[in-house]
Write a protein that binds this ligand. Structure first.
Ligand SMILES: *[C@@H]1O[C@H](CO)[C@@H](O)[C@H](O)[C@H]1NC(C)=O
Ligand SMILES: *[C@@H]1O[C@H](CO)[C@@H](O)[C@H](O)[C@H]1NC(C)=O
Ligand SMILES: *[C@@H]1O[C@H](CO)[C@@H](O)[C@H](O)[C@H]1NC(C)=O
Ligand SMILES: *[C@@H]1O[C@H](CO)[C@@H](O)[C@H](O)[C@H]1NC(C)=O
Ligand SMILES: *[C@@H]1O[C@H](CO)[C@@H](O)[C@H](O)[C@H]1NC(C)=O
Ligand SMILES: *[C@@H]1O[C@H](CO)[C@@H](O)[C@H](O)[C@H]1NC(C)=O
Ligand SMILES: *[C@@H]1O[C@H](CO)[C@@H](O)[C@H](O)[C@H]1NC(C)=O
Ligand SMILES: *[C@@H]1O[C@H](CO)[C@@H](O)[C@H](O)[C@H]1NC(C)=O
Length: 401
């Protein structure tokens, strides 16, 4: 303020308005200019001290915090004294940033998806990053095949993370030694066949994206089982240059027939794809899927019964923009041999060594990276709770875990 006033006065002083013809007026002006200058300086100084009185304290605090910063840094990142009131759990440590310890949070979907959409610009990580596979269970409630999954996961604790989206209000009751303990994410109501199913899938993806170690994301249900052991699944997924989201075109009524002309021209009929809901994708595609608003909004609006968004949104979107990153097939086997809205379900009576072996060998060759593999499926559905006991009997002989 003071400086501004001085500037204006200097401007007035310099021009040739003061002539030698009228030097007494010139002297008077000079004196008045000096008085105004002094008054200006006094006002300026007093107002700046006024400002200091209001803002001085936090500014001091700020400097103190800056000055303190190097000290805790030397005593490891775990010390929270810099951020006042920071509880040990909420500390801004790298550990908590890279993988939230507590999956319970109060974020809305909008906030969560925004956070999850962030991708590091830097190519390498400032820590030893061991890629993990995120197993995302979209369930209604209990996990009847849980003992089978626990056996599958056993001994591989550093290579996977589990996320469970159950119906709101349901609390998974597992012992604190289980791999599923504390792995429930905040959920919302899901109505099967509606866009709320896609919402739940994206909520699972977003929660799993918050852990920077998660590299592959597989969607499973309570009736899914693993048909390979963990090391096979892990190597298959982390070693793949493609994601496994089934995506195909088919002229039938329940494929291309579900396209709505209202989607035109953003989504054309020739872009329309169908595929199994049970996808597997890598981190890049997962972050892209939770970031999309434009296409999601169209599906929400125009893909209504009997169009099922969960069977079309990912296959269509990926086909339109990221087809080259997709294997276009699913790694989750299902029996569609009987024409019905749902694939066949298997109970106790159906489970034999030959049956499980036949799923593992149901297709003899699939493309994988640039070559071929005899392993086409890693998981299978749908299995009833009664299938658990005979399946547990077959893990070591057939599934190799
Ligand atoms: C944090 O740092 C302060 C001072 O630098 C020290 O007194 C305190 O013991 C440290 N706390 C922990 C948990 O390391
Ligand atoms: C996780 O956070 C929620 C609230 O955010 C809290 O109620 C809960 O006790 C926390 N759980 C653990 C194990 O810290
Ligand atoms: C949780 O399971 C344990 C043992 O399986 C059982 O004793 C307990 O009653 C269950 N708790 C609830 C709330 O269902
Ligand atoms: C798990 O629960 C048992 C009792 O049910 C308790 O003794 C034990 O301390 C708990 N372990 C952890 C890691 O919370
Ligand atoms: C996992 O399964 C594969 C093939 O089924 C087998 O070769 C391998 O030995 C198994 N690994 C373990 C750790 O059992
Ligand atoms: C999957 O389909 C896309 C077209 O949507 C194609 O570009 C891509 O090559 C296919 N992927 C493989 C592995 O064949
Ligand atoms: C399962 O076994 C039952 C009883 O043997 C049989 O009726 C049913 O068709 C079988 N289901 C399938 C899908 O094979
Ligand atoms: C599982 O195996 C045990 C012994 O190996 C056998 O007694 C039991 O009947 C089997 N259960 C089923 C359901 O096959």
């Amino acid at each position: 303020m003071a400086r501004c006033r001085v500037g204006r006065e200097e401007q007035e002083k310099s021009p040739g308005s003061i002539t030698t013809k009228d030097s007494s007026i010139g002297l008077l002006r000079l004196i008045s200019v000096l008085i105004i200058f002094v008054v200006g300086v006094v006002i300026g100084l007093s107002s700046s001290s006024h400002i200091d009185r209001y803002f001085g304290l936090p500014a001091d605090q700020l400097y103190k915090d800056y000055a303190m910063a190097p000290t805790p840094a030397t005593t490891s990142g775990k010390n929270c004294t810099v951020v006042l009131k920071c509880e040990e759990e909420d500390c801004l440590s790298m550990d908590n940033f890279l993988s939230p310890k507590n999956l319970t949070h109060g974020m809305t979907d909008e906030e969560l998806f925004w956070r999850a959409s962030m991708m590091p610009k830097k190519a390498d990580y400032p820590y030893d990053r061991v890629p993990k596979v995120a197993f995302m269970f979209l369930t209604r409630g209990p996990l009847p095949l849980l003992p089978l999954w626990e056996r599958f996961f056993k001994g591989n604790e550093k290579l996977f993370s589990i996320y469970v989206h159950a119906l709101p209000g349901y609390k998974l009751n597992v012992s604190n030694t289980s791999a599923f303990y504390g792995r429930q994410i905040p959920s919302q109501h899901v109505e099967w066949g509606t866009v709320s199913l896609v919402d739940a899938e994206r909520r699972l993806l977003a929660n799993a994206l918050l852990d920077f170690s998660n590299e592959r994301f597989v969607l499973l249900s309570e009736s899914c089982i693993p048909i390979q052991n963990f090391s096979t699944v892990y190597q298959y997924l982390t070693g793949s240059s493609h994601s496994f989201v089934e995506s195909f075109d088919n002229p039938s009524k329940d494929a291309r027939g579900r396209y709505s002309p209202w989607m035109w021209p953003t989504i054309r009929r020739s872009d329309w794809r169908k595929g199994s809901q049970w996808f597997e994708m890598n981190r890049v595609l997962a972050a892209i899927m939770v970031s999309d608003t434009k296409y999601y909004t169209i599906f929400r609006k125009d893909c209504t019964p009997s169009c099922y968004p969960d069977e079309h949104y990912y296959p269509t979107f990926l086909h339109m923009f990221y087809g080259s990153l997709n294997a276009n097939r699913t790694v989750t086997w299902a029996d569609w041999s009987v024409r019905a809205p749902h694939p066949a379900a298997f109970g106790k009576a159906n489970i034999t060594e030959g049956f499980v072996q036949s799923i593992r060998n149901s297709v003899t060759s699939c493309s994988y990276n640039s070559g071929k593999t005899s392993v086409c499926y890693l998981f299978a559905r749908k299995f009833e709770p009664s299938a658990l006991e005979p399946l547990l009997n077959l893990t070591s002989s057939v599934m190799k875990f």
